[in-house]
Design a protein around this ligand. Structure first.
Ligand code: G3P
Length: 251
């Protein structure tokens, strides 16, 4: 089954307003004529509106880097799915390893964020991935299974149309160390098999699974050649329009 590729840029805590506008405009320029794949930009909350404005009607998806489950209320420091939409966004990342490791978000909280965002009509990218210690102790698949089962708790098959999974081995994030194509494909195939077991084969076949972790112009082509890899979630290289443009136009 052919899944539409998705190349996503996670800008993390980078870009002032002026920088974000310049970067989004330059990236939009590299996407002209690209219509067989989806492109998503996830800037800081403060510039969601600016990025949405700069990408205009190019079809580029704008996503928040995290999101709360409630529409509004006493949740200092959070933003709601309704606010994301009002700012021009239509998606959100949840469960990024930096949220899990630095801000101590656990699977239950990731699940609340995910289900809340889906309920308000956002597309959600659920990030999962093992640490180096977990890989070295042979726990990779157990960790991925726990993150998927808990992260997707309560999500029915129909709602999976709004879910994208991103496999990001923590040891490959920002380290310059990419998982080998075999390691990445093995993890993606495992995740797809698990989705087939939880839901059904069709849903597993339709769900896009992105790879993230030191994706660069130099490795995107071989990553995208793997049968179960449907796109990339890019950090560092997404902050440079030329590099990200090359990643978007993978062959
Ligand atoms: O979410 C993307 C990410 O964590 C990967 O970052 O810098 O290794 O591409 P990077």
């Amino acid at each position: 089954m052919k899944r539409r590729p998705l190349i996503a840029g996670n800008w993390k805590m980078h870009t002032t307003t002026a920088e974000a506008r310049d970067l989004a405009t330059a990236i939009a320029g590299t996407c002209v004529g690209v219509d067989d794949r989806d492109v998503l930009l996830s800037p800081p909350y403060t510039v969601l509106r600016d990025v949405a404005e700069c990408v205009g009607r190019t079809g580029i998806i704008v996503a928040a880097q995290n999101v709360c489950w409630e529409e509004k209320g006493a949740y200092t420091g959070e933003i709601s799915p309704v606010m994301v939409r009002a700012a021009g966004g239509s998606a959100a990342i949840v469960g990024h390893s930096e949220r899990r490791q630095i801000f101590l978000e656990n699977d239950e909280m990731v699940n609340r964020r995910l289900t809340g965002a889906l309920a308000f009509g956002l597309t959600v990218i659920l990030c999962i991935g093992e640490t180096l210690a977990e890989r070295e102790s042979g726990d990779t698949f157990a960790v991925l299974e726990r993150q998927i089962r808990k992260g997707l708790a309560g999500v029915g098959g129909e709602a999976m149309a709004g879910v994208v999974i991103a496999y990001e081995p923590v040891w490959a994030i920002g380290t310059g160390k990419t998982a080998s194509k075999e390691q990445a494909q093995e993890a993606h195939a495992f995740i797809r098999g698990l989705l087939a077991a939880i839901y059904e084969k069709d849903i597993a076949e339709q769900t896009r699974i992105l790879y993230g972790g030191s994706v660069k112009p130099a490795n995107i082509d071989e990553i995208m050649a793997q049968p179960d890899i449907d796109g990339a979630l890019v950090g560092g290289a997404a902050l440079d329009a030329q590099s990200f443009g090359r990643i978007i136009t993978f062959r």
